[in-house]
Design a protein around this ligand. Structure first.
Ligand SMILES: [Zn+2]
Length: 216
């Protein structure tokens, strides 16, 4: 039997170079479909990890041992105390909440305000059959924002790309700004990029420039 801590696995962020190459191939009208699948699946797994962390933060911890055998078992966390022992009722995997929390901290895995968009991507990617459908889903999710979920207002607080792509927030934002688009790039991707840029500009008006925001 494995050590309980080592059974928790979080999907890593996607590398900038893979996304850069993907967009270059798209802009040249020679979409690299193998790379598209690789990037798409990596983003899909990354979103699943962030959503799993989000549920754990809300008190529903997924047992990683059961998950590996494709059986979903939720452990109901009772308190926010780090000493609380999370124990799976099915397979008896167990860990304290404090130990569990440490596995995701500092890894850009906090869902805060972007969960609904990541869930939308997961569903959209599962249904995507053509390369066009896949790249549109990928393009949309890397241009999402976290929104304020505490107050009842729809205000973007931070670009979500840093949760999905390797690097510091300011670097990843600059990277997205420099992605290659070509004459044949789908109009919907151009629109997504324009919307993204205007949201970023709007954020700076509220003194919420990306560099001023805590990245975790
Ligand atoms: Zn279990």
């Amino acid at each position: 039997m494995k050590e309980p801590l080592s059974e928790i696995k979080w999907a890593p962020r996607v590398s900038k170079s893979k996304i850069r190459k993907l967009y270059q191939s798209e802009a040249a009208g020679l979409l690299d479909e193998v790379l598209l699948d690789e990037v798409g699946i990596s983003l899909y797994l990354r979103c699943q990890s962030i959503l799993t962390v989000g549920r754990a933060q809300r008190g529903k911890v997924e047992c990683p041992r059961c998950a590996r055998s494709e059986c979903d078992t939720t452990i109901e966390r009772q308190t926010s105390r780090k000493e609380e022992v999370l124990r799976c009722p099915k397979c008896s995997w167990h860990l304290t909440w404090g130990e569990y929390r440490k596995t995701y901290q500092g890894k850009q895995l906090s869902e805060g305000g972007v969960g609904r968009y990541l869930r939308a991507f997961v569903i959209r990617y599962e249904k995507a059959r053509t390369p066009k459908q896949k790249i549109l889903a990928v393009d949309q999710v890397i241009h999402e924002f976290h929104y304020n979920t505490v107050k009842n207002i729809h205000q973007p607080t931070r670009a979500a790309c840093v949760n999905l792509i390797e690097g510091k927030l300011t670097d990843v934002v600059a990277f997205l700004n420099e992605l290659t688009y070509g004459n044949r790039t789908d109009k919907r991707m151009i629109r997504t990029r324009n919307d993204w840029k205007s949201t970023l500009d709007g954020m700076s008006k509220w003194h919420l420039k990306p560099r001023a925001i805590n990245t975790e």
